[in-house]
Design a protein around this ligand. Structure first.
Ligand code: GDP
Length: 201
């Protein structure tokens, strides 16, 4: 798939503030610093598309971008903030939870995992939640340029193995690097296939 246009639509503090049309959408989520903004920029070939998501005050919002006029890329707030108080975290998780329950146009969620690390509880907990709620998702390992193929594969395998505790059908895995462009075509191809099967493209 070619990216022809990519434009910022809206930042929403509540799910109800997201656009109300029926465009198919693809959500991106992961721990802060996982490389989400870099990947979204690399994917859309825009240097600064995600600048808006980094603006102070907007990091806790749902940021929506329209791509090629016919699908939506949704940048969800990063989870697992160490510094967030318990109360804040509750509000935050409710926002994310409601997003997945309420957005009917959601086609797939891309869960970004830093490929340098062994499985982290916060990522496993989140994928367990998606599994329990029947949300379709793909694991996207980021920053692949930072380590050699063998350790990278070990981390991917360890994550999938840990997921076997709560999931019988393991998700699709994509390995990416915003720096080298690895995995970009595969990710776009996957989005294209989802759109084709939903009749959008
Ligand atoms: P976000 O907080 O998840 O949006 O993460 P960012 O996209 O801001 O990236 C966090 C840090 O990781 C930045 O210093 C990026 O330059 C770096 N980074 C992101 N993606 C990659 C990648 O693919 N390779 C490398 N080497 N560094 C990356």
């Amino acid at each position: 798939m070619q990216i022809r246009t990519a434009e910022f639509e809206i930042s929403a503090s509540e799910v109800g503030g997201c656009p109300q049309d029926a465009l198919p959408e693809f959500a991106f989520i992961g721990r802060s610093n996982v490389g989400k903004s870099s990947l979204i920029n690399a994917l859309t070939n825009r240097k600064n598309l995600c600048r808006v998501s980094k603006t102070p005050g907007r990091t806790r919002l749902i940021n929506c971008f329209k791509v090629n006029e016919d699908w939506r890329l949704v940048d969800l707030p990063g989870y697992g903030f160490v510094k967030t108080g318990k109360k804040d975290r509750g509000v935050f998780e409710e926002l994310i939870g409601r997003y997945f329950v309420e957005r009917e146009g959601l086609s797939c969620c891309f869960v970004l995992i830093d490929s340098r690390h062994s499985p982290q509880t916060v990522d496993l907990d989140f994928t367990a939640w998606l599994t329990a709620n029947a949300v379709p998702f793909v694991l996207v390992f980021t920053k692949a340029d930072k380590l050699k193929p063998n350790p990278l594969q070990r981390n991917v395998d360890a994550f999938l193995k840990a997921m076997e505790e709560f999931s019988s059908a393991l998700p699709r895995v994509l390995v990416t690097s915003a720096q080298s462009g690895e995995g970009r075509q595969e990710l776009l191809k996957f989005i294209g296939l989802c759109l084709a099967s939903s009749g959008a493209e």
